[in-house]
Design a protein around this ligand. Sequence first.
Ligand code: LIP
Length: 281
Amino acid sequence: MPDLWQDAMDHAVSLARTAGTLVREAVQNDMKVMLKSSSVDLVTKTDQKVEKLILESVKEKFPTHSFIGEESVAAGEPCKLSDSPTWIVDPVDGTTNFVHGYPFVAVSIGFAVNKKLEFGVVYSCIEDKMYTARRGKGAFCNGQPLQVSDQKEINQSIIATEFGSDRHVEVVDKIFSSMRNILCLPVHGIRGVGSAAINMCLVASGCVEAYYEMGIHCWDIAAGVVIVEEAGGVLMDVDGGPLDLMSRRVIAANNKMIAERISEQIDACAPLRDDRHSVEK
Ligand code: LIP
């Protein structure tokens, strides 16, 4: 990777820190909560303000780069990954947590070139933990190297997942049947902090063996993908195939064996792909 991307990564870290300060300040104050696709799909002025700050700064410093951001897509921008250097941004990952003051909220910035993710920055801003990874250079939290767990037994593992924001009963049934199958393997426990990005960083940190979810978006996981891989972990689709960033399904695990055991238990659903959303909504 040319050093050019290091400049972009340094800028991403600095933007994440600035954005995190805005999020921390906003969490203390009253906030206006708005709805997106449903009454449980929340957005606030802070999501929009943080995305605007990141978007404007990227456009100014890297005018040729492309941008995919959660709130830009919600406002009608396309969600298409091209070969162009592309910033994939979730300004507030864990918006529901943010609204309720539940202390796991992240700014997530992934960066892809030729459709391959090159670096990821996740700032867990209430905890003040800055997770960073650049392809081929390792993963770090506040400068300390990260390593996934070496656990090989699924029945000695903790697995993270989330319920997402789709409340259609057939989707909820699949989420519960998947979770029941995994819980009864048995595993030591099932957890979830309410932020896909932070769940992935917990896999990279070695304190949960795997995280899976159906219904996430590319901006929730782009940065986490690099952080997990650079900490020695693996990514997979819930059907056991390769991860497809736009498919809205992910397994991130400490190793292939654990990822495959989870995949075998999942009652898969197929949410509308991110790259079809703008066409079909
Ligand atoms: C959220 C994720 C969460 C997932 C939700 C949603 P948002 O992101 O981080 O883990 O369950 O479906 O995608 O909307 O707070 O940026």
